[in-house]
Design a protein around this ligand. Structure first.
Ligand code: HEC
Length: 150
């Protein structure tokens, strides 16, 4: 037994295995990168306002309470599909006005209900933020979250 499994055989398995998995790792990384750049990002509608809306989102730390496609805090509703929940697919104007009115009217002060703070956002910041939420709602999440409430 000890003669059949020699030191050099062990070394070859080690180096061969390492090289094989390293090549597989590099290949899969390149494939993921290619997929992100060419397949999974809707660059055609990635306008400057969407990019600015993302910055407004980050600057105001909405993620401290909300999730976006599951990432973030679980204090407040998921917002990856809030555009769809507000009827944005059927009537974008009403959804936009509804979302703006909601954000502007916070906090509600209703007792026993979780509160969202007031954010002093300009008209442009609000519009760009909503452009960002609309763009996010079009990401193909393979039917996640499984229900509208998110
Ligand atoms: C301190 C926590 C907190 C932060 C920070 C916060 N929110 Fe909220 N948000 C809430 C809570 C709580 C609710 C649900 C309130 C309710 O239902 O009465 C809510 C609800 C919402 C809704 C309505 C969701 C729905 O399904 O009806 C929107 C839209 C929203 N927030 C957007 C934002 C945006 C945009 C930001 C960042 C500018 C933000 N929130 C930051 C706590 C927060």
């Amino acid at each position: 037994m000890s003669e059949r499994f020699t030191k050099s055989a062990a070394r070859n398995i080690f180096y061969g295995g390492s090289i094989f998995f390293f090549v597989a790792f590099v290949g899969l990384t390149a494939e993921s990168h290619w997929h992100i750049v060419t397949q999974s990002t809707d660059t055609a509608t990635l306008t400057p306002s969407v990019a600015h809306g993302k910055r407004v989102w980050e600057k105001n730390a909405c993620i401290d309470c909300h999730t976006l496609l599951g990432e973030g805090a679980y204090f407040a509703p998921e917002l990856g599909n809030v555009w769809v929940r507000y009827g944005g697919r059927d009537d974008p104007e009403i959804a936009r006005e509804g979302l703006k009115a909601w954000i502007r009217s916070m906090p509600t002060g209703i007792e026993g209900r979780r509160q969202m703070p007031h954010f002093d956002l300009s008209e442009k910041e609000l519009n760009d933020l909503i452009d960002f939420l609309e763009w996010t709602s079009r990401i193909d999440t393979q039917d996640w979250p499984p229900n509208d409430a998110g």
